[in-house]
Design a protein around this ligand. Sequence first.
Ligand SMILES: [Fe+2]
Ligand SMILES: [Fe+2]
Length: 194
Amino acid sequence: MKPRTLEIIRDEHSSMAAMLQSLRLMVKQGPGDDPKGFFEVLRAMLFYIDEFPERLHHPKETELLFPRVVKAVPELGVAVARLDRDHEYTEQAVRDVHQMLVAWEMLGDSRRQEFQETLTRYINVYLAHMQLEEQEILPAAQKHLTEADWEELDAAFEENRDPLTGKYQPDPVFEQLFTRIVRDAPAPIGLGGG
Ligand SMILES: [Fe+2]
Ligand SMILES: [Fe+2]
């Protein structure tokens, strides 16, 4: 039996990894001859990250999944402590990245490098974070958690799934945002440039 929670987490990680790769690619390509569209879609992507993974995915891991895993496998305490610190870091970092993007847009290229360095660090931490979860935490959870654990976890993870995994209907208030990201961002997340 494969718990729904683990599938949902892996799906959300895949869509997040695709989003981060598209972000990296867009920034590497630069604004070209459409700075307005470029900054708009980057802002939409960062806003999305703040709304979904940061507000919904991470809290469910930190509050519901990790404590159960540490209880069942205390040796994973060190890894979980690191993952919890990453959650705190990325929550703040995505807002810093957003602020630096606005600085680049408003003040020009003198602020580009600072933005790029901060974004690169953010992306690297994020990818390593998801890898650690997938290699250490999810397999341990699958092996050691009980039916009762999964019932509670599945209910919580089902409740706010990430619409950008492509498997769920987005909330209408976000529909426009997703349409724009998918239309304008480069692959792998979108159909636009690149
Ligand atoms: Fe996480
Ligand atoms: Fe995660």
